[in-house]
Design a protein around this ligand. Structure first.
Ligand SMILES: [Fe+2]
Length: 391
């Protein structure tokens, strides 16, 4: 049974092949004229941003490119970008990148719209009003950050993460054009897709799920499990690349309104303290956490098993067996991803983590915000047990 709930999703989504060509129109609709492009060096080095640059140039729209963002974003880079934003007299932010770039661009918008230090606006609903116009163009299909009301940025000096959560943080537009993800390496495609799949499954099974986020999550899973195998074989298949981008966005809309669970708590603990990419952490822990939660979410897992099982597997088995088969399919998916993209399937394959770290990781996971939305509250021992199984 669902509790009373709110669902909010304010970002206008422009999706499809060549939708980048609509940028001049969108900029005009937002009454803006000077673009501040927020991206990172990985993107500019690989020239992923060039289709956007070409469109702006062809339409004589002035722009400034800022690409000095470290892998996990940082408060310092937000302040540097803010100086450049004012210096370039820009009036709109366009983020081109994955989760770090997108989140940093949201923090930048707080910094250039409101006065004072960023810390002042941390937490839930602490922004007083809407921010400057912004457009987000994702270059990975995983975080869903293009449609969420959340931004997370590291303060490397203080060794903390600043978390901002407000509907005013949301962009005006998210542009999903498969041209922006067609050359994404398969390894990153796989890990970001597993992040999106984790958003879906945790959104569908967490204790603050609601009917709208559940429907979005369900449909997004269908897209991921249909189109990820196609992209692994045909990386430039526009149709399937677009389906993965849409799935990631739908998953973002879902979890932004329902939250996630224990996979994310452990992923955050490992990601922040051991510099393991977020999608990889999700991929490693997802099936172990589903197994741990299983008896509390059997109905929901049974519903999801419909997407993973063949017709006969579904019809010939009882609920419990279906759920076990579903979990097996996730382990199998991880094996396929490891074989085809070298994405590690086990914690023990990561060189920077050791068994000695388990207690520390479990302690950090226990204080992560996502844990309160997990169907049951795990003990430290239980989290260590999941880490041991995933090793
Ligand atoms: Fe995630």
């Amino acid at each position: 049974m669902f509790n009373n709930y709110e669902f909010y999703s304010a970002v206008r989504i422009i999706s499809g092949l060549d939708t980048l060509s609509k940028l001049p129109e969108l900029i005009q609709k937002l009454s803006a004229s000077k673009v501040f492009i927020m991206t990172d060096k990985g993107i500019t080095k690989a020239k992923v941003h060039l289709p956007v640059i070409e469109i702006l140039e062809a339409n004589q729209i002035p722009f400034f490119v800022f690409d000095d963002i470290p892998a996990d974003g940082s408060v310092n880079s937000v302040y540097q970008a803010a100086d450049q934003f004012f210096y370039s007299e820009s009036d709109i932010i366009i983020a081109i990148g994955g989760g770090s770039v997108i989140d940093t661009s949201k923090a930048l918008n707080i910094s250039v719209t409101l006065t004072g230090k960023l810390e002042k606006y941390m937490g839930v609903n602490n922004l007083p009003h809407r921010l400057k116009p912004s457009i987000i163009i994702p270059t990975t299909s995983g975080t869903g950050s293009e449609v969420t009301a959340i931004a997370v940025v590291a303060d490397n000096d203080k060794k903390i993460k600043l978390i901002f959560n407000s509907p005013y943080i949301m962009a005006d537009y998210a542009v999903l054009d498969p041209k922006m993800t067609q050359n994404l390496p398969l390894y990153i495609t796989a890990m970001t897709a597993m992040d999106a799949l984790t958003h879906c499954i945790e959104s569908y099974t967490c204790n603050s799920r609601n009917p709208i986020s559940s429907e979005l999550a369900f449909s997004a899973i269908k897209k991921i499990i249909t189109h990820l195998p196609i992209v692994l074989d045909e990386p430039q298949n526009f149709n399937s690349r677009l389906a993965l981008a849409e799935a990631s966005t739908m998953a973002g809309m879902a979890f932004s309104n329902s939250m996630v669970g224990l996979t994310h708590s452990i992923a955050h603990a490992l990601g922040i303290n051991f510099a393991v990419p977020h999608g990889l952490c999700c991929s490693i822990f997802l099936p172990y956490v589903i197994e741990y939660n299983k008896e509390y979410i059997l109905e929901e897992l049974n519903e999801l098993s419909l997407l993973f099982l063949t017709e006969s597997e579904y019809q010939l088995n009882d609920k419990n067996t279906r759920v076990n088969l579903f979990i097996e399919k996730i382990y199998h998916l991880k094996e396929i991803l490891e074989r085809k993209t070298q994405l590690p399937s086990r914690l023990g394959m990561l060189s920077n983590v050791s068994v000695k770290d388990f207690e520390y990781i479990a302690n950090k996971a226990l204080i992560d915000g996502s844990i309160i939305f997990n169907p049951i509250k795990p003990s430290k021992k239980e989290i260590i047990n999941i880490l041991e199984k995933a090793w």
